[in-house]
Design a binder for this molecule. Structure first.
Ligand code: 13P
Length: 255
């Protein structure tokens, strides 16, 4: 059985006071699921320090990375520096990076391959726009994002163990409009099949997370689907109480 994950994407939120409140509210008790969080890069060390006191180990990662190791790239953060801070994973291809910062398939592929070469785990995000879904293009869009983003992804086991896919339909991000469990399951199954058939990867053992308006009230239906291995959570991951509830739901489903 694959593990379940709750991964918080804090986006450009959480100051020091709210990070403190998050960890004060957290009650993970006997949670056995993976608990990960991606704060703003500048807070990575702080979050690691605070999480180590929370009695449950957290993987802490970055929301974005440079495709370069070092050099004249003003404002960028390298995988190496993020690792110096203690990051163990990076999101690549989040829809906000694709749309607001115009990150294209080729750039995302470079970022992903660079992160991998530096031994970071990559959470590669894919998802269709509302228009694309309405036009029956969801599978074609997802397949293209996977083929382009994962181009030349190494097929050895170690590299594959560093890959996680997040399916985040753009229309469900921050909108309160969540994909139904059946809609999400259908796409997750398609992603697993595409990884195996078209990319020669071990789709059956690749964690695939759902993201888009996940909250404690809808998590059970989504996370109990066969091909949904967890959630990448924005808004509901900001409060320790909600994060704890999500982790409890995910842990219960692992039993
Ligand atoms: P929300 O959970 O706020 O919809 O955000 C989802 C997301 O973008 C996580 O990466």
């Amino acid at each position: 059985m694959r593990k379940k994950f709750i991964v918080g994407n804090w986006k450009m939120n959480q100051d020091l006071a709210s990070i403190d409140s998050f960890f004060n509210e957290l009650s993970l008790g006997s949670c056995t699921c993976e608990t990960w969080v991606a704060p703003q890069a500048l807070h990575i060390s702080t979050v690691i320090e605070k999480s180590s006191k929370a009695g449950k180990s957290f993987f802490v990662g970055a929301q974005n990375i440079s495709e370069n190791s070092n050099g004249a790239f003003t404002g960028e953060n390298s995988a190496e520096t993020l690792q110096d801070l203690g990051a163990t994973f990076a999101l690549v291809g989040h829809s906000e990076r694709r749309s607001l910062y115009k990150e294209d398939h080729a750039l995302l592929n470079k970022k992903l391959m660079h992160a991998l070469s530096q031994n970071l785990i990559v959470v590669f995000c894919v998802g269709e726009q509302l228009e694309e879904r309405k036009n029956g293009m969801t599978e074609a869009v997802i397949k293209y994002q996977l083929l382009e983003g994962l181009k030349n992804f190494p097929t050895d086991q170690l590299s594959q163990s560093r890959l996680i896919i997040a399916y985040e339909p753009v229309w469900a991000i921050g909108t309160g409009e969540v994909a139904s469990p059946a809609q999400a399951q259908e796409v997750h199954h398609f992603i697993r099949k595409t990884l195996t058939k078209d990319l020669d990867l071990d789709g059956d053992n690749t964690p695939i997370l759902y993201g888009g308006s996940v909250k404690p009230s809808n998590a059970d239906g989504l996370l109990s689907q066969m091909d949904i291995d967890g959630a990448l959570v924005g808004g509901a991951s900001l409060l320790g109480e909600d994060f704890s509830k999500l982790a409890q739901i995910a842990s219960k489903l692992m039993k």
